[in-house]
Design a protein around this ligand. Structure first.
Ligand code: HEC
Length: 361
């Protein structure tokens, strides 16, 4: 055969593979690789008649889709459902799709939720021990704190956060405390707080999210047993989160406390956290997020001292789905150290929208 004809035939055979693949749009890629199970419209649930035992989710449902960060979805596309504790009917595409193609498909999937009010899951940054997150979240957090030194002071806090629509969140916290008093150690319920948080701005390209809110701390704890403050307190706050390069992040939280009763000073506080997330066991493995928090609070009276604490800590995901998280750290006073002990603080966080406590291990 003539050499030129042979080259022509080879080129003709290769062209649909080489030339054609480059021209495939994000939507075409989705139709080719995913629509068979997820439905042409990505709504998944329309597949109810199919042979799939586990139904694919509805990517057009913003309440579900907006909370999942691209990195988690990429992990699932590459390694299959089980990498995040989902069913193995969600296949692993491995190298069948390049990273670029997978992200093109994700770009298409992201067009299916059309309500842009929902902040993206990328903003659900690792939760510091004290700094409030800006992201409105459905989660339950159990926090334990224990004073070091001679005192027996111990506190358990139960925090419940419930999302209200795209940008709202309701929260309630119930502390149970044991304190040292002159008449011995006392235990009981502390001051219960209820609050509301509202995201007023978020921009994924810039990596910024900003929320405002207010909390009412109720005098439910017995002040004679040092379990409560003895007055209701109104606490407006503002919280900011920033996604930084190289999996780093910064979070800030400023608040004021206005006690309702006379005889208590108003207070002003700032909390900040800087951290970075690493994974162990490969790109999609367990997430480790060491953080350093700085806490500062002072009375709003002239000449008052500022109490400053440093809180080194790390958060780690406990299960495969990564919706059960553990964090432990030490609260170390750096000013006014005479009457303030260091504390060990730890929490277990359950992001319950992502599944039951025992799902996805
Ligand atoms: C063979 C059927 C099948 C194919 C093909 C398929 N999926 Fe899936 N996918 C599923 C099923 C079923 C689930 C639900 C698994 C579960 O809930 O345990 C799922 C779940 C997912 C999830 C997890 C969503 C969550 O809950 O956070 C993502 C992301 C996803 N698929 C993306 C894709 C993309 C992108 C493609 C194409 C590249 C694709 N899937 C192809 C069946 C499939």
């Amino acid at each position: 055969m003539h050499k030129n004809i042979l080259i022509c035939i080879i080129l003709a055979l290769l062209s649909p593979l080489v030339g054609g693949a480059e021209e495939l749009s994000n939507g075409d890629l989705f139709q080719g690789a995913c629509a068979g199970c997820h439905g042409a419209d990505g709504a998944g649930r329309a597949q109810e008649d199919s042979a799939l035992e586990v139904l694919p989710p509805d990517f057009s449902d913003c309440e579900f889709a907006s909370r999942e960060p691209d990195a988690d979805w990429y992990a699932i596309i590459h390694d299959g459902g089980p990498v995040r504790g989902f069913d193995r009917t969600m296949p692993a595409f491995g190298d069948a799709l390049s990273r670029e193609e997978a992200y093109k498909i994700l770009a298409h999937v992201r067009t299916l939720c059309v309500d842009e009010r929902w902040p993206r899951g990328e903003f659900n940054l690792p939760r510091p021990l004290f700094t409030e997150k800006a992201f409105p979240e459905d989660e339950t957090v159990f926090t334990a704190s224990k004073d070091t030194g001679d005192s027996n002071t111990f506190e358990l806090e139960f925090l419940y956060e419930k999302r209200l629509g795209p940008v709202g969140m309701f929260e309630v916290s119930v502390p149970l405390a044991t304190t040292d008093t002159l008449s011995g150690s006392q235990s009981g319920i502390g001051d219960i707080a209820v609050g509301y948080k509202h995201t007023i701005y978020h921009d994924l390209d810039r990596g910024n999210i900003l929320s405002v809110g207010a909390e009412v701390i109720l005098p439910t704890g017995d002040e004679n047993k040092s379990l409560g403050k003895g007055t209701a307190v109104l606490e407006p706050f503002i919280v900011f989160g920033k996604i930084l390069p190289a999996n780093m992040f910064f979070q800030a939280h400023a608040f004021a406390e206005f006690p309702v009763k006379d005889g208590f000073d108003d207070e002003l506080g700032v909390r900040m956290a800087l951290g970075k997330t690493w994974t162990s066991g490969g790109e999609f493995g367990r997430a480790w997020s060491p953080m350093l928090e700085v806490l500062a609070i002072r009375d709003l009276t002239s000449g008052a001292d500022t109490k400053v604490d440093l809180v080194p800590q790390f958060q780690v995901s406990l299960n495969t789905r990564q919706h059960i998280l553990f964090n432990i750290g030490a609260r170390l006073p750096v000013t006014q150290t005479a009457d303030r002990d260091a504390q060990i603080v730890a929490y277990v966080l359950w992001d319950w929208f992502d599944g039951g406590f025992f799902d996805g291990w």
